[in-house]
Design a protein. Sequence first.
Length: 135
Amino acid sequence: LKYFSLNHYLYYYIHCLFEIGNYTESKKLLEKLLVDKSNEYQCNVELGYIEMVMNNYSKAIEYLNNAYALQSLDPLVLKYLTFYYYMIKDEKNACNYFTTYRLITEDLERIDKITDIGEIEKYFESDVLFTNLLE
């Protein structure tokens, strides 16, 4: 039997709070977890997304940049940076992060640089994390 850490259960609880729309409480708990450096990447990524959902884009990019500095090739931070730049209508950066995201997640050796923001919309149209931001 595998035991999960306390943080695993706490992240699950935070996710549940987020799912029911309690973004403020999710943020509070993630900010408390952020004090522990072993949680730094995950907390920054999740806080960045929550801030986007709450339309706090200046705060969102702070968290996402912190996460990117820690793990620049992690698909989740690349995905959220794609969403961020899409939401603020910065097509160039949205397409750049999306290109990198596709390279990593699809295990491609090469991909033509994506320059059409419509490709982002098509690719993520069924992704609930993307559609949450559009509501």
